[in-house]
Design a binder for this molecule. Structure first.
Ligand SMILES: [Zn+2]
Length: 243
């Protein structure tokens, strides 16, 4: 029997948690991913509080409604996840997938006095003029007001570099959004490594950087296939992922 959209989304999101843990981009039992499953974007799947990404199965994901304030009181819902993901799914129906991480290299760039990603290769150029930057970190984001502020910063943008904190990447499909947060981390790893040589960077011209970013935007099927390949590897390693 064909899977429903929610069932398929559960498997794809569970696979994303496994992939990110496999790649070492997770942090302890923190960080959250969510994916909308209703046309209005308000019904969404979220990982339960303080469970390791590498153990999550499709059926473990919580189905929440962004308008239901009682979710804030649930023991298995993390307060910061509810504040941020709940507000994004309530306010931005066009956002279908929200991934939030503190990966080492992207977070390192987010901790600079002036966070920016100069285009020095194909990966960094993907983000040329395409990342919103928040420099107003004020402690752990567990209030509806802070979630609303972050949601407003994401309106019309796909990626938010969260100063002194981490990164939020949004998208239309889980595959494209996964590939985006992975490539951003790789871009920042290349940038930090290049800076660590102490030698001057050769920054690409604006024209070449813009063309490269546009070229990336034409191959979203590459991003989805990257995800599908990684998902197969995760299911092969542990078929209970889909349960
Ligand atoms: Zn965080």
């Amino acid at each position: 029997m064909a899977l429903s959209f929610e069932e398929k989304t559960r498997i794809d999101l569970a696979a994303t948690f496994r992939i990110i843990a496999h790649l070492g981009m997770h942090e302890a039992v923190a960080n959250h991913f969510s994916a909308a499953v209703s046309p209005d974007g308000k019904d969404f799947l979220l990982n339960p509080k303080w469970k390791h990404f590498s153990r999550l199965r499709a059926s473990d994901l919580l189905l929440l409604n962004a308008d239901d304030a009682a979710n804030a009181e649930r023991d298995n819902v993390d307060a910061t996840a509810w504040a941020i993901h709940g507000q994004i799914h309530q306010r931005l129906p066009e956002v279908r997938v929200v991934l939030h991480l503190h990966p080492v290299y992207t977070t390192s760039i987010a901790c600079l006095a002036h966070p920016h990603i100069p285009p020095i290769d194909q990966n960094t150029a993907r983000y040329f003029n395409r990342v919103a930057i928040d420099t107003l970190y004020g402690g752990m984001a567990d209030s509806v007001e802070e979630g609303a502020r972050l949601a407003d910063l994401l309106a019309g943008k796909r990626r938010l570099l969260m100063g002194n904190h981490g990164v939020m990447v949004t998208g239309q499909t889980i595959g494209e959004t996964f590939d985006d947060i992975w490539t951003l981390e790789r871009a920042c790893q290349i940038l930090v490594t290049a800076w660590s040589t102490g030698r001057p960077l050769k920054v690409l011209s604006d024209d070449v950087a813009e063309k490269t970013a546009q070229d990336w935007e034409k191959i979203s099927d590459f991003s989805r296939q990257h995800f599908e390949e990684m998902k197969h590897l995760m299911i092969e390693a542990d078929p209970s992922l889909v349960d």
